[in-house]
Design a protein around this ligand. Structure first.
Ligand code: ADP
Length: 276
């Protein structure tokens, strides 16, 4: 269902302990007895009762997940998962990291929890390269949500601008695939400029603008007009991506939220720049 999936994903910058969701995910270590980074922040915010409950759990294996109450957090539950330590990428790190996201979502689902916030598991003390971890996180969550209607919303909580931008770009890049909006095979015998291709570009523009709206919490009041103008000017799917990425940057740089109208002169500047 085009566009549907991305409405169930948010990317925010901030502190995971402050998230108002059913469960937050902790990037814990195998002892589950607390540590630094996000684990330390969660234990501090939840209070000492959390450690008491964690002591009863008997630790947790890498790639698996266990649940506790949230105590003093706004979140009712904490799902503790243990990410892999980065050892160069040849030791099953990718699969173990994906498993953390899948197991946490499955545990949330089995407890009937509807909203869940994730930190960037393994990307701090455990040294997993952030860009690679981001793609795994976003892909695994999209994949899970596309198969399960039970979870309403997943929030990626990013610590800092760099993480926010990486997550945002990964959602933009990957969500259309899961919404059945994969680019058609470029070897297909489509005549350039055919009616089918024009419709396809329009759909792509619409989907990309929708993702931008979801990620930034904006509503473009002139969205259909933009769809028309961009799809008329764009030569191919790549130029659609370049144009919508420029609109995305303009919204991010200007800190726009809520209802907005992308100004005509700004759009003209973007279209001219991409054409040249
Ligand atoms: P790991 O040991 O799994 O690498 P870390 O806690 O060291 O876990 O780091 C995981 C990620 O969590 C890092 O990207 C770090 O920037 C981020 N992080 C640290 N504190 C917070 C917080 N309070 N809220 C959200 N993310 C956080």
């Amino acid at each position: 269902m085009p566009g549907r999936l991305v409405r169930r994903i948010s990317v925010v910058e901030g502190d995971i302990t402050e998230q108002n969701v059913d469960a937050i995910v902790n990037a814990a270590n195998r002892t589950l007895l607390g540590g630094g980074g996000v684990d330390g922040a969660i234990h501090r915010a939840a209070g000492p009762e959390l450690l008491d409950e964690c002591r009863t759990l008997g630790g947790c294996d890498t790639g698996e997940a266990k649940i506790t109450r949230g105590y003093r957090l706004p979140a009712r539950f904490i799902i503790h998962t243990v990410g892999p330590v980065w050892r160069g990428g040849q030791h099953g790190e990718d699969e173990l990291l994906a498993s953390c996201y899948r197991e946490a979502l499955a545990l949330a689902e089995s407890h009937d929890l509807k909203t869940i916030a994730f930190p960037a598991i393994s990307t701090g003390a455990y040294g997993f390269p952030l860009p690679r971890a981001t793609v795994i996180a976003v892909r695994t969550v999209l994949d899970y949500l596309s198969r399960s209607p039970e979870i309403d919303r997943v929030v990626f909580v990013c610590h800092g601008d760099r993480a926010f931008n990486l997550y945002h770009d990964a959602v933009m890049e990957l969500a259309p695939e899961y919404a059945g909006e994969e680019p058609p095979d470029s070897s297909a015998s489509e005549e350039p400029g055919s009616a089918d291709q024009a419709d396809d570009l329009k759909e792509q523009v619409r989907a990309q603008l929708h993702i931008i709206e979801s990620v930034h919490g904006v509503r473009m009041v002139n969205r259909e007009k933009l769809v028309g103008e961009i799809s008329r000017h764009a030569r191919d799917r790549r130029s659609v991506s370049l144009i919508t990425a420029a609109i995305n940057t303009w919204i991010a740089v200007n800190g726009i939220t809520g209802e907005t109208e992308i100004p005509g002169d700004e759009l003209d500047r973007i279209l001219t720049r991409i054409r040249d």
